[in-house]
Write a protein of this length. Structure first.
Length: 84
């Protein structure tokens, strides 16, 4: 019972710090990805790794790519993309 209380207390503390939670989740996903890659062949592993890093980059740095933001084109407002 004491172990459950301690683990829930620690989980609550970690959940309040989003940066720590993202770091831990990212590390767990990296380990899971490496384990998955170890089960694949060389060609499929290369493709999976390329897709993984492309998706990871797209999800973790959206603000550094202004051309991906809705309503902008090369960082400038785009009249064609505006909802008006």
């Amino acid at each position: 019972m004491l172990g459950l209380v301690i683990s829930q207390s620690l989980a609550g503390r970690w959940a309040t710090h989003v940066a720590r939670l993202r770091l831990v989740v990212g590390m767990l996903l990296n380990v899971a990805g490496l384990l998955l890659l170890s089960t694949l062949g060389a060609g499929a592993g290369t493709v999976a790794l390329t897709v993984y890093f492309a998706v990871r980059e797209a999800l973790t740095t959206p603000s550094s790519t202004p051309w991906l933001r809705p309503g902008t084109c090369d960082g400038h407002p785009n009249e064609l993309a505006s909802p008006h």
